[in-house]
Design a protein around this ligand. Structure first.
Ligand code: FE2
Length: 413
């Protein structure tokens, strides 16, 4: 049998060695040794061959806008939201498309081929929605882009937000979003979680809320989200993003909360780069980290994926579609230092996030032929060195190649 593309001699994330044969857009063979002909052979001997990186939490309508119309001087979440409001008022779909496509090109070069992006629906013009729906179509052959209708300024706090959100869903946005901790009162936050789950149940959609992105240990909307998930039969289709308040919650309360989240099969998506920079801002010392309880959730079988959240936008001046930076930061802040724990950080930017997003994904026969050849021998070394993506293959096509940087030392030691 001849293949269109053959990846020879690579090491898979689980440490096994395999050749991977690709026919058209599909992986058709994964075997220890494939000798058949192929249109193109990529030598991956000694290199890590991984399924693509997956970012389960991003804001593509805001990306690459850093400094427009001004810089976030305090660096806080709240100034970021205010600044975004200024930019949102003058957004055009064309400008959103330009920035988003620039980001997508960067993402492809980094092997990031699946992204869940929130898109703000606060402004009734829905310029971001219009722009990102166009982008979703434009990148469809390369990047799996999911969109979440996100009322940034609050479901009830922002006039017309629910109406705008429903219009966005009618236009083709995939997922119901929300931001319960940002409503005016706890009660309004609770009501917004209920309404989001109702709409998702009615329409057969998934839910992904910015949930409890706060250092306030009494911000407990995740509890309502889990209970409403069970009430509506939405198990496996709901995500609580951030969940930073859980860092500060009372341990006794968390001992009840985590089994409820597990029962509801609600997934968690913390965003380590952003959580470590935005949380704990009102603390003196000791200063809280703000990363949610990742190890404890994983121990109960709760799916946890690491998201990137931001790249050069009102909330974060850095970033660059580099999911290994996200894994690196998650590893440090969450203290994932045993070999198994370090490997789990790689899983949280690949397989686990793919499951959370419901993607058809992986390196088995019959799966979409999307994979990476990284210039590293294994997942832990990949996190340590953030290596070149020697080849990025999306749906059977080589879409990017990067040569490793070379350094010449001009000294003798
Ligand atoms: Fe976010």
């Amino acid at each position: 049998m001849a293949f269109d593309l053959l990846i020879k001699g690579g090491t898979l994330p689980d440490g096994s060695r395999a050749d991977i044969g690709i026919t058209g857009t599909t992986i058709t063979a994964v075997e220890p040794e494939i000798t058949a002909d192929a249109g193109e052979v990529i030598d991956a001997a000694g290199k890590l061959v991984s399924p693509p990186f997956v970012d389960p939490h991003f804001h593509m309508d805001a990306t690459l806008s850093y400094g427009t119309p001004r810089i976030n001087a305090s660096g806080t979440l709240l100034e970021g939201i205010a600044l975004w409001g200024e930019l949102r008022a003058v957004l055009t779909p064309e400008e959103v498309v330009d920035r988003a496509l620039e980001y997508c090109r960067l993402a492809v070069s980094k092997g990031l081929l699946a992204i869940r992006s929130h898109v703000d629906v606060t402004d009734p013009r829905l310029a971001g929605v219009e722009g990102l729906l166009e982008v979703r179509e434009k990148v469809r052959d390369v990047i799996d882009l999911q969109l979440v209708a996100f009322p940034q300024d609050g479901w009830y706090r922002s006039p017309g937000a629910e109406e705008n959100l429903i219009r966005a869903l009618d236009m083709g946005v995939d997922i119901v979003g929300g931001i319960p901790h940002f409503e005016r009162t706890m009660e309004a936050g609770t009501a917004s979680v209920r309404r989001a789950c109702e709409i998702a149940a009615e329409r057969g959609l998934m839910v992904d809320l910015h949930c409890d992105e706060s250092d306030d240990p009494m911000s407990r909307h995740i509890e309502t989200l889990a209970a409403e998930t069970i009430r509506h039969g939405l198990q496996g289709r709901v995500v609580g993003s951030h969940l930073t308040s859980m860092h500060s919650m009372d341990n006794y309360y968390v001992a009840k909360l985590l089994p409820l989240i597990a029962e509801a099969q609600v997934a968690a998506v913390p965003n380590p780069l952003i959580n470590i920079t935005l949380q704990g801002r009102m603390d003196t010392f000791p200063k809280r980290r703000g990363l949610t309880r990742v190890k404890e959730m994983r121990a109960l079988g709760i799916e946890v994926g690491f998201g990137q959240d931001c790249t050069k936008d009102p909330w974060y001046p850095l970033g660059g579609a580099e999911m290994l930076d996200v894994a690196f930061m998650g590893l440090h802040v969450g203290q994932f230092t045993s070999p198994d724990e370090m490997r789990s950080c790689f899983e949280m930017v690949t397989e686990t996030s793919a499951r959370i997003m419901g993607l058809d994904y992986g390196l088995g026969p019959g799966k979409p032929a999307s994979l990476l050849v990284l210039d590293a021998p294994d997942p832990v070394e990949a996190i340590r060195t953030r290596p070149a993506r020697l080849a990025v293959i999306s749906k059977g096509r080589v879409v990017a190649r990067t040569r490793p940087a070379e350094t010449e030392l001009s000294l003798s030691i």
